[in-house]
Write a protein that binds this ligand. Sequence first.
Ligand code: CMX
Length: 439
Amino acid sequence: MDKLKNKFADKGLAKAAEVKEFIKANSEHVLGSYTVDSVFSGMKGMIGLITETSLLDAEEGIRFRGHSIPELRATLPKVAGGSEPLPEGLFYLMLTGELPTEEDVNDVTNAWARRAIVPKHVFNVIDSFPLNAHPMTQFSAAIMALQTESEFAAAYRKGINKKEYWDYTYEDTMNLIARLPRVAAYIYRRTYKFSDHIEPNPKLDWAGNFAHMLGFEGEDFKELMRLYMTIHSDHEGGNVSAHTTHLVGSALSDPYLSLSAAMNGLAGPLHGLANQEVIRWVLELQENLGGGKPSKAQIEEYINKTINEGKVVPGYGHAVLRKTDPRFTAQMEFAKKHMPTDELVNIVWDVYDVAPTILGNYKKIKNPWPNVDAHSGALLVHYGMKEYDFYTVLFGVSRALGVLASLVWDRALGLPLERPKSVTTEWLQNTIAKSKASA
Ligand code: CMX
C-alpha cells in the first residue's frame, strides 16, 4: 500500500467510526427549516450534503480543511525556486486533513507520474470527434473511454465487501488524476496545434508537466498552472460539478462515470464554462468599439446592455459568495506580479472597478462581486493560450482533485444513495391549502 493510501486508511476508517457514533447520538437534531422559496430556488442554503474536503463561507470564501487560499499559497510545498503551491499538496490536504511535508508531496508527484499511462483507445475516441467538437465534449467522452480502466468497476463485478469500496475508489482516483493532464493536453494539441503532440516529462511536477504537454515551457506559465490547478480544485459539495460527482457516485457508479458526468455540469455557462464566456464577452466589447482598450464609461454601458438583453455578465455573481471571490484575488495578485501592464488584464481590472456598483443596483442580483472565472482567461491569453473554448477543460482537470478526493471520502464513510423527495406544484398547492384551511 502506498504511504498516502495508508494514511487515508488510518484517517478515513477512524472517521467513519466517529461519524457512525455522531449520527447515532444526534440523528434527531434539527438543523434548520426550509420554505417553498427554498424548494423553488435550487435548494440554495439547504444543508443536504456532507463534504469533508472544503467549506465555503459567503463572506470569506473557500477554506480547504480550514486553510484559506492565502494561507495555502504561503504554506504548501513549492518547486525549488517557485512561489505557487503544488496542487499535489492540496490534494494530500483534502484527502488526509493534514498539511503535507515536501516528501509527502514528492510521493504524490511520483505516484501520479507512474500512473499516467493513457491507453491507445482513449486517443482514438478523441480523434473520432470532428475538430469543431467543443473541447469539453471531447474531455467528457475521453473520461468515459478511460472507464475501461476502472478498478472499482472490475472489483465490483467480481464481488467485493462494502468495506473495500474506498480502496478501489482511491486507486481509480489516483489513476484518473494522473491521466487527466495527458488527455486534456492531447485534446488541446489536436484541436489547435495540428495534432503536434508533446510527450510527458516525468521529471516535472503534475501541473508543470501539464503545462509542458500543452506546449508552454516558460516557468511563469508553469507557476500559473500550479496556482490555477490549486484554486479551482474544490468549492465545497453543493456546486454542480461536486454535487454531480457525489450524486452519480452515490449509485456506486465508478469514479470515471462520476467525473465524466461532473464535467458535463462544469461545461454549463452558469458554472465552469463562464471562464470562456468572460473572454468572449470582453473581446465582443472590444470588437463593438472597433478595438483598443474600452473606457470605464464604455464598460458600464456594455454591462447594462448585456443585462437589458436578458443575458448574464459572465464572471460575476455567485450562488453562495457575497464578496469578491478569494480565487479572483489570488489571480489578481499573480497578474500584478507577472503582467501588471497587460491590456486585457487591465480591462478585467477596469470591469472589477465598475461592475459591482452597476450589478448592485439590480436588486435581484444577490452578489455583484467577481467569481473565479472573471480573471482566469486574461492570464492565459497573456501567455499565448488564446483558444478560450479550451479554458473549461483546465478547470475540469483541477476540479477532479477535489471532487474525487471527496468521492474517496464518500466511500470510506459509507454514504448512502442520494434520493431527495420531489413533489409536483399541485401537491404543494393542495398541501398548503389544506394546512391553511385547518389553521
Ligand atoms: N449578470 C446578470 N444577472 C445576474 C448575474 C450576472 N452576473 N448574477 C445573477 N444574475 C441574475 C440571475 O440571472 C437571476 O435573474 P432571474 O431572477 O431573472 O432569473 C437573479 O440575478 C438572481 O440570481 P442570484 O440569486 O443572484 O444568483 P444565482 O444563485 O441564481 O446564480 C450564478 C448564480 C453564478 C449562476 C449567477 O450569478 C450568474 O449567472 N453569473 C454569471 C455566470 C457565472 O459567472 N458563472 C460562474 C460561477 C462560478 C463557477 O461556478 O465557476
